[in-house]
Design a protein around this ligand. Structure first.
Ligand code: ATP
Ligand code: CA
Ligand code: CA
Length: 448
């Protein structure tokens, strides 16, 4: 089945939550950024600030309203009351992290401004987390479990130090940690992080790899109805795929992965994945100028829910298409991406792209394949280590126990962090080889 990123507008069930999240981020980030920069202290890692929002939002002026209603067919917007509590965690640490990852403070606020509508990626996995993309597709808001929240606060210093020493880390880049609560509602914890996938390139295949083979299979039959499904380890192996990096990139990639995994092992983290999005340069962009909110997703590889009724699966009218194309062109203009087919001839605009400073995101936001001679290959990989806030806790030990009764231990995914990491590195290193090397091996095998 197909899942779409659902536009979160006034009619969406999570509109108020999303609006509150964005309003809270905007307020707290501006507040911290307004101050003079300073060195971090130990206390900064523990800080939390609580804010109470209680406000009326006036409707837009009558002309804007009229234009909006002609454009969208929506009724006039009444004024609304927003009443919620917002907690901001370790604001100075995250300010420094955003600066390490070279985010422009103003840009960050614009991307997450509440004027821009987010799109929501349902609840993908067993975990029950929700994912929201910023309208420009650069950032992801992920709601996290209270245990993950507490854990991130506990390891924040280790994470921070690791990132200072390894700005090219493959681990998720965390930009903020917050909590929102509406009266009588539950507390919602969330992180803001990098979207690994680019706004301006089609991802032709997505894999979520753990280095385990048990249960790591997306049913190939379901690919037909859901061509953009996230595939897993067994699907990768079945296709005989490789991360095609020549000697230079391979060495740097594996070394960084080892360093990152070492930290995860030390912190007793497991269940993380290497998320890989493949853009095939020969296929290029087949779905040029589509509205990002129309993009089809199948996150987590889990059987997904039917999209909510207001999901935008319908054929847009001509006028609408023209408008969307115009909006998207505008969006692309403000985002300064590299022109579609020009990866080698860098445009001056790209100099403003913070990603170009980071080794694994420097090839048009990703990491381009290379051949045996280190010359550029045919794919761009968009990759990173995600879902790295699961502590090897009691639950995992229980899972280990039950699965361990039935399967060969080294193959199950819930093994202790030390072995989980070793297996992860071994698997990923094992599939990192050039096309030429893979062909050579195949020929040798056939001979024997
Ligand atoms: P579970 O614990 O069941 O695996 P989860 O709710 O913790 O699920 P993740 O594993 O973090 O979710 O992510 C689920 C999917 O969402 C991924 O497979 C990927 O498709 C997408 N996703 C997650 N993080 C990112 C990211 N940083 N960039 C792009 N896509 C992402
Ligand atoms: Ca996961
Ligand atoms: Ca998870």
């Amino acid at each position: 089945r197909v899942v779409v990123g659902t536009k979160v507008d006034q009619n969406h069930v999570n509109w108020v939550t999303a609006y509150n999240m964005l309003t809270g981020i905007r307020f707290t980030v501006s507040r911290t950024n307004a101050k003079m920069d300073r060195e971090l202290t130990d206390a900064d890692f523990e800080t939390k600030h609580k804010f109470s929002f209680d406000m009326w939002v006036d409707p837009p002026d009558p002309i804007t309203q009229l234009l909006t209603s002609i454009r969208t067919g929506n009724e006039l917007t009444p004024s609304a009351k927003y009443d919620f509590k917002f907690k901001d965690y370790a604001p100075w640490v995250f300010r420094h992290l955003r600066s390490t990852f070279r985010l422009d403070p103003a840009d960050y606020l614009v991307s997450l401004t509440s004027k821009y509508i987010l799109s929501e990626l349902g609840s993908p996995g067993k975990s029950g987390s929700f994912f929201y993309f910023s309208r420009d597709y650069k950032y992801i808001i992920k709601t996290i479990h209270h245990a993950e929240h507490k854990f991130l606060r506990k390891i924040l210093k280790d994470y921070y130090n690791h990132v200072q020493e390894n700005p090219n880390t493959l681990l998720s880049q965390f930009y903020g940690l917050h909590r929102v609560k509406i009266p009588y509602g539950r507390k919602i914890h969330f992180v803001v992080m990098n979207n690994l996938f680019p706004p301006h390139r089609d991802i032709h295949r997505t894999f979520d790899m753990k280095g385990s083979t048990i249960g790591r299979d997306f049913k190939e039959e379901e690919l037909e109805s859901n061509p953009r499904a996230t595939l897993k380890d067994l699907n990768w192996l079945r296709r005989g795929l490789h991360l095609e990096f020549g000697p230079t990139k391979k060495q740097i990639f594996i070394e960084q992965m080892q360093k990152d995994v070492k930290l995860l092992q030390k912190l007793k983290i497991m269940d993380y994945s290497l998320l890989i999005g493949i853009h095939d340069l020969e296929r290029g962009n087949e779905e040029n100028l589509r509205d990002k909110t129309l993009q089809v997703f199948q996150p987590g590889g889990e059987a997904a829910e039917e999209p909510t009724p207001n999901a935008l699966i319908r054929t847009p009218s001509k006028l609408e298409s023209a408008r969307k194309a115009k909006e998207l062109r505008q969006l692309i203009k403000t985002q300064k991406p590299v022109p579609m087919e020009q990866t080698s001839n860098k445009m001056p605009d790209e100099l403003h792209d913070p990603k170009r400073n980071f080794y694994f995101y420097a090839d048009d936001g990703g990491f381009r394949a290379t051949h045996e001679d280190d010359q550029p290959g045919e794919e761009i990989y968009y990759l990173g280590i995600i879902d790295c806030l699961t502590h090897y806790s009691f639950i995992k030990r229980a899972e280990h126990f039950f699965k361990g009764l039935m399967n060969e231990e080294s193959q199950i995914s819930a093994i202790p962090p030390e072995r989980y990491g070793d297996r992860f590195v071994k698997f990923i290193s094992g599939v990192t080889k050039t096309r030429e090397a893979a062909e050579r091996e195949k020929a040798e095998e056939a001979e024997n």
